[in-house]
Structures are given as C-alpha cells and as structure tokens.
Design a protein around this ligand. Sequence first.
Ligand code: NAG
Ligand code: NAG
Ligand code: NAG
Length: 146
Amino acid sequence: MNNIQIMKTLFFCCTVTIIVIGVLSENEESIEAKYHKARAECQADPETGVTNETLLRSFKSQEISPAVGNHSLCIYKKLDAVNEKGVVNKSVVEEMLQAIVEDKNKLDEAVNECEERSKGTPLEVAIELSKCMWDTWKKYSESDEE
Ligand SMILES: *[C@@H]1O[C@H](CO)[C@@H](O)[C@H](O)[C@H]1NC(C)=O
Ligand SMILES: *[C@@H]1O[C@H](CO)[C@@H](O)[C@H](O)[C@H]1NC(C)=O
Ligand SMILES: *[C@@H]1O[C@H](CO)[C@@H](O)[C@H](O)[C@H]1NC(C)=O
C-alpha cells in the first residue's frame, strides 16, 4: 500500500468502521464531531488507548482484541451508544449507521441486527457492535469500492 492508501484505510478504520460515524454529515454538533472528541479522550487514557497501527491491524484482520474492545467501549460509552451495563441505545446506533445506510427500512434492519447481536458483558457488546458496524459498512459500501 502507498501512503495515500494507508491514510485512507486508517481514516475508514478509525473514523468509519470502529463506530461508523457520519463522514458526510455537515453538522458541527454531529456524531462525527462527538466521535473525534471521544476518541481523543479514550486514546489519551492508558486503560483504553490503542495506537492507530493497532486499530489498522485490527480492521485488516477483522479481529478485535480486548484492548481494542476496551477502546471501542470507551468511545461508545462517551457517545451513549452503550451504557455501563452493556445495553445498546438504538437511537445512537441509528445516528451512526445512517451515514452509510440511506434507505430507512434497511437502516432499521441494520440497527435491529446490531442491537440483537450485541449482548453480554459491556466488553463483549462493544466488540460485537464494532463487528456489526463493520459488516454493515462492508455490505453497503460495496459499490464505492475500487
Ligand atoms: C491517529 O489517527 C487520528 C485520526 O484518525 C489522528 O488524529 C491522530 O493524530 C493519529 N495518531 C497518531 C499517533 O498518528
Ligand atoms: C480492559 O478494561 C478493563 C477494565 O477497565 C481492564 O481491567 C482490562 O485489563 C482491560 N483489558 C485490556 C486488554 O486492556
Ligand atoms: C438513547 O440516546 C438518546 C440520545 O442520546 C436519548 O435521548 C435516549 O434517552 C437514550 N435512550 C435510552 C434508553 O437510554
């Protein structure tokens, strides 16, 4: 991969696929802005920080280690996508996914699927929710792939 491709992948990895946020959103108070703030805070905390390289590797292998899961959970909690008990907030997940799923029925379907898949301890929920968002992103971004 050349540098541009690496940067693109990292961008998708970190800003789209970990939580799949509204890249196309123009609203300053958008979930994207909240996400950037949350990610910086979670990155700065040794308990939840992981390097960009680790995230990139995670995305490429489609495997989420507990350390990356902790990082995701930290972000999800700050965005209120997942609470302390590991319960998913569907309206927040919908906000994240609507950047990639335009059709309202398909969006509802994706949100329901991610909510149903994401059960267990808060860490398990964060890992499964991230994977579900990756799956949703892959499913609906196919036509944009080069
Ligand atoms: C990691 O990536 C984010 C953007 O996704 C960037 O803001 C940050 O500066 C990067 N950190 C390092 C250490 O490269
Ligand atoms: C994940 O977070 C929990 C609680 O903050 C911590 O006990 C655990 O060591 C962390 N795991 C990793 C791999 O960082
Ligand atoms: C889910 O999040 C929305 C928006 O942040 C909030 O208004 C709502 O009360 C939350 N729902 C639950 C069940 O926590």
